[in-house]
Write a protein that binds this ligand. Structure first.
Ligand SMILES: [Zn+2]
Length: 442
């Protein structure tokens, strides 16, 4: 019944249903809080009884229904994690940490030893994953259980082979909503934050990557899942390039330790966005006219690098695509957004340099690396671009070892506080990086 160790699952979610009744612990699936309210014990959400009644005093949870329905007729099956037993763990990594990465890596190992939680605020393109290896290795050697979770499936799929390569003899399982593989017990796993809802007191170390990304940020259900998934004595690591105000508050109150990595592994400062006024960009493009400022800038930037142009809406992006195809007939370009069925193919073709210009919605704001690109944000004053989004977008430039003089431009027709904050944060990180001797002057 290893399958139930540290898990909290319904009977229908189990691979082996037989004999489960005799061996496992049972926990209620829902709880009556008061005469009017029920709570789901998978996702922690409270519901007004009258909204979630199935039939005579039987209730269900709509909040986590995408994982299969929880209702008052069911119960969770669970077995506690066994006591950890120290063991040998094969660790294979030939890379070398930079001075800045080493400091963070050491503090993470330290936190694991003390069972304390820590946020790592590392700039975009800093090389976050490598800094985790030592603390993961330490935990596994102690016989403990480790999970790396991300709100985004694509991040999980990218992390999995890297983790497996470093721990080549470990059985690593990857869990997400669209997988076909059945669950099995492992000491090391990579999963989406939604999958944590099926765990209970499982992990000695839980790492949440991109903690400020959708759908984790501001989602009480996923935050509950994290609290439930860790053991009482455990470490939680949050990784982010753009921490939320909430997390910053926790570090200020010392509820969360903080490590800052202000510089990238290649020791160059973050590109600071240049801001430029672009009069009536929205109206002009909607009328099929190109703003002169924009076309002039594109012409200059594509002479040295490929170009990503971030647009605030799909309709505007499509208008701009038509305009640019007429203006730059020799330059292969396309546009991409989240509903685009060819989205993966287009991104791959941009990476292969089959396109020179890619117009995109905010879907490419994080998680992707292109070689030799410049970036334009068209309408950086549009409300779709938050401070975190602008910092992430600016962070697409100059991520590789080879320097290509990529630039970041924010075009706007009214500079906002959000734009100013993004610039301020980028400059602050560069200043800290210089003070700590982690950045070389060019
Ligand atoms: Zn629920």
């Amino acid at each position: 019944m290893k399958e139930l160790w540290g898990r909290k699952v319904l009977l229908k979610e189990m691979n082996e249903e037989k004999s489960v009744d005799e061996v496992s612990l049972k926990m209620p699936a829902m709880k009556e809080v008061d005469a009017k309210t029920v709570q789901c014990l998978r996702c922690g959400q409270l519901h007004d009884k009258k909204n979630v009644e199935l039939y005579s005093e039987r209730y269900f949870c709509p909040a986590c229904i995408q994982l299969g329905r929880v209702d008052t007729d069911q119960q969770f099956y669970h077995l506690p994690e066994p006591e950890p037993i120290a063991r040998n763990v094969c660790f294979f990594w030939e890379g070398e940490l930079t001075k800045g990465q080493q400091v963070v890596s050491d503090s993470l190992v330290d936190s694991v030893k003390k069972a304390e939680s820590r946020m790592v605020w590392a700039v975009t393109g800093a090389g976050k994953t490598e800094m985790l290896f030592k603390s993961i290795h330490y935990c596994l050697k102690e016989g403990k259980r480790v999970a790396i979770a991300s709100p985004r499936v694509d991040v999980c799929l990218e992390l999995f082979p890297r983790i497996q390569a470093v721990f080549p003899k470990e059985d690593v399982v990857v869990l997400h909503g669209a997988m076909t593989e059945t669950y099995r017990y492992t000491k090391l796993l990579v999963c989406t934050t939604h999958q944590l809802l099926r765990f209970f007191r499982a992990f000695d170390l839980l790492i949440i990557d991109e903690v400020d990304a959708f759908p984790f940020v501001g989602n009480p259900l996923l935050q509950y899942s994290v609290e439930q998934a860790v053991k009482e004595n455990s470490s939680l690591f949050y990784l982010t390039a753009t921490p939320t105000k909430d997390l910053m508050k926790k570090t200020a109150q010392k509820k969360l330790e903080l490590s800052i990595l202000p510089a990238r592994y290649h020791r160059r400062s973050l590109p600071v966005p240049k801001i430029k006024w672009c009069y009536h960009w929205q109206q002009k493009i909607a009328q099929g006219k190109h703003p002169r400022v924009l076309t002039k800038l594109i012409r200059r930037l594509v002479s040295t690098n490929d170009l990503l142009i971030f647009c605030p809406s799909i309709s505007l992006m499509e208008c701009l695509e038509t305009i640019l195809k007429a203006d730059f007939p020799e330059t292969p370009l396309t546009c991409v957004h989240s509903q685009d069925p060819e989205r993966l193919e287009k991104v791959m073709n941009m990476r292969k340099k089959n396109y020179r210009i890619l117009l995109t919605s905010t879907i490419l704001e994080r998680g992707v690396t292109f070689e030799g690109v410049s970036v334009i944000v068209l309408g950086a004053n549009h409300p779709v671009f938050t401070t975190a989004a602008l910092i992430q977008i600016a962070g697409r430039v100059d991520r590789r070892m080879v320097y290509t003089a990529g630039e970041v431009w924010f075009l706007h027709d009214g500079c906002t506080q959000i734009i100013k904050e993004a610039l301020q944060q980028i400059k602050t990180m560069n200043r800290i990086g210089r003070e700590r001797g982690l950045i070389d002057e060019m």
